[in-house]
Design a protein. Structure first.
Length: 232
């Protein structure tokens, strides 16, 4: 009986969100994203620099811990990319959500993804596997899922739902305006390429700004909970 109620609740939650009509306003998302970013710009940049340094140090450890001479991923590099990077990446959303809610935030909030370790890890792992399989199957399914899952991690963080529910809800919502979100994704890729071309330093701004833009899109399309779900 409890399991049946759970299934009904999950179905109702997904339907309530996927049934919503909305308009994708890319220019608005860029502007709102910049407003979110600049309220905590220094912390966003420092956090991005910290993650970059950690990734570089791990990658340059002697093989087999770090990457090999021919670029083969080492043991620690693989563990970091598979397990810890998604959790640390979630910190961008946690902080951006707090700013969007006009709530207090501090640098330690970037690490609060560890409070939701399992669902964040699972949504990253499962989405990554499905997207990879999709690319193997003539590329198009993988491209579809890569865009359709853009809201999966934010849903886990903000709505406190399980990984599969987040993946399916994100897919259902974004599929309604998939080509608009595909256009947004292309612009975000170009934004970060520009950041890399700016002597590599620009990525310290463009990467967190990208998450703030996606936060703005999520806020507009899905809506944020009034309180943080990442708190202990």
């Amino acid at each position: 009986m409890l399991a049946l109620k759970g299934i009904i609740a999950v179905s109702s939650f997904s339907s309530n969100l996927s049934d919503r009509d909305y308009t994708v306003s890319i220019g608005q998302y860029f502007g709102r994203g910049w407003e979110i970013f600049k309220q905590f710009a220094g912390a966003f940049v420092v956090y991005t620099l910290l993650l970059t340094i950690v990734a570089i140090v791990i990658a340059n450890l002697p093989a087999p811990l770090g990457n090999g001479s021919e670029g083969e991923p080492g043991i620690l590099s693989s563990i970091y990319q598979l397990i810890f990077a998604p959790i640390l990446f979630a910190g961008y959303y946690i902080v951006a959500f707090q700013i969007a809610r006009n709530r207090p935030r501090e640098f330690s909030d970037f690490f609060r993804g560890f409070n939701k370790f399992l669902p964040i890890f699972l949504v990253s792992l499962v989405s990554g596997v499905l997207i990879a399989l999709g690319f193997v199957l003539l590329i198009v399914p993988g491209l579809y899922l890569a865009v359709a899952y853009l809201f999966a991690q934010p849903l886990v963080i903000d709505k406190n739902i399980d990984f599969w529910q987040a993946l399916e809800t994100s897919r259902q919502i974004i599929t309604k305006k998939w080509f608009s979100f595909f256009g947004l994704a292309i612009l975000l890729v170009l934004l970060n390429l520009a950041g890399i071309l700016a002597l590599g330093v620009g990525i310290l701004v463009t990467l967190p700004w990208t998450i703030c833009i996606l936060t703005a899109a999520y806020e507009n399309v899905v809506g944020l909970n009034s309180v943080s779900e990442a708190a202990p």
